[in-house]
Write a protein that binds this ligand. Structure first.
Ligand code: TPP
Length: 365
């Protein structure tokens, strides 16, 4: 497993990978992760207070989002799953657009073309196929593999559970067969809801690509330096025409699967505590403090920034107006079908019947 920063905050070397950034870059990664954690805490709290329908926590997985996104170039494209709040934030998506999705106001309001960050995919494992399609389009347009600075590649996230899906395996076949510039990031957070990752694979997931002809590596997914260094190398290879790569990020979902889940039903407190000791934020903070790159004043300023960020996000989320669900029939296809128009009409009549009922009740009082 590739690691470049120990749990004690001391840098370690790896024969094949090195982190090329400065301590200022590492401080930026710490900031990315602290804001991600704050966003996640706000999402969880807003759901508990009835402001969101559901929230999938990303607590403990902050290094994967920050490290991978800091490895991407502007023209690269990313296909996330549904837990990539940190990646979205670092890639420049307004976190309000993430909140609006889980509030049920829209289906994810950000512009995937402008941000080069596709919409969340809640259907497990569907989007690695889309990622491969995008990568094949890059090939067809000559936008990759030319050896120039404008070359682009694609990064696709999926989970350990998703790795068992047929679609993911089809994506791996296509990627290998057509030698496409895609990097698959398997976020192994140890649990697919209540099913352990050991049930998804009898060999490490890093080796899942081998049979397809895709090289893979296992990275300490709680080590943001290793995450960034390995992702950078894989994206460079993909951009320069060396074909697909697979990276297993070995991490842990500290929170529940979603706010509807109770992890105490299937995993032990001792297991959670073992992973708490490997916290991705603590080790980076320890490193930066030890080398004198940050001090208490710097950390206090970051805390103030995180507080303001959370307060602003909360206020903007609560101010989001509920949608008229009947309008959603208009956005299923580019042009509405007659069948959908009929369903929309029936839905409006059904919704109005409740209003009539309420008005009658009101009249009787
Ligand atoms: C096609 C499909 N099947 C089942 C589900 C229900 N489901 C939602 S999340 C999940 C587990 C996914 O686990 P994993 O891929 O490890 O990702 P994680 O949630 O741990 O990030 C399942 C089975 C779904 N959303 N889509």
């Amino acid at each position: 497993m590739i690691s470049l920063l120990g749990v004690d905050g001391v840098r370690v070397t790896d024969p094949d990978h090195a982190y090329g950034g400065t301590d200022a870059d590492i401080a930026q990664l710490l900031r990315d992760m602290v804001l991600t954690r704050r966003l996640d805490a706000e999402g969880t709290a807003l759901q508990r207070q009835g402001q969101l329908g559901l929230w999938p926590p990303t607590l403990g997985q902050e290094a994967v989002g920050a490290g991978t996104m800091r490895a991407m170039k502007p023209a690269d494209m990313c296909f996330p799953s549904y837990r990539e709040h940190g990646a979205a934030l670092v890639r420049g998506v307004d976190p309000l657009d993430i909140m609006s999705l889980w509030r049920g106001v829209d289906m994810g309001g950000w512009d995937p073309i402008a941000t080069r960050f596709n919409h969340y995919s809640i259907v497990i494992g569907s989007h690695p196929l889309h990622a491969v399609g995008w990568a094949m389009a890059l090939q067809a347009e000559g936008a990759t593999g030319a050896g120039g600075p404008d070359d682009a590649a694609v990064l696709a996230f999926f989970g350990d559970g998703a790795s068992s899906e047929g679609d993911v395996n089809e994506a791996l076949v296509w990627a290998a067969s057509y030698h496409v510039p895609v990097v698959f990031v398997v976020t192994n957070n140890q649990w697919a809801i209540s099913v352990p990752s050991t049930r998804q694979a009898v060999v490490p997931l890093a080796r899942r690509g081998e049979g397809f002809g895709i090289p893979g590596v296992r990275v300490d997914g709680n080590d943001v330096l290793a995450v960034q260094a390995v992702t950078e190398a894989a994206l460079d290879q993909a951009r320069s025409g060396e074909g697909p790569q697979l990276i297993e990020m070995f991490t842990y979902r500290m929170g529940a699967h979603t706010t509807s889940d109770d992890p105490t039903k299937y995993r032990s407190h001792a297991e959670e505590e073992r992973w708490r000791a490997k916290d991705p934020i603590d080790r980076v903070r320890t490193y930066l403090q030890r080398v004198g790159a940050i001090d208490d004043g710097w950390l206090a300023a970051l805390q103030t920034e995180a507080d303001a960020f959370a307060a602003d996000l909360r206020a903007r989320t609560i101010a989001l107006d509920p949608p008229d669900f009947a309008d959603w029939f208009d956005v299923v296809y580019a042009e509405q079908t007659q069948e959908l128009a009929d369903q929309q009409h029936a839905f409006r009549a059904y919704a109005a019947s409740f209003e009539e009922h309420a008005e009658k009740q009101e009249g009787r009082r």
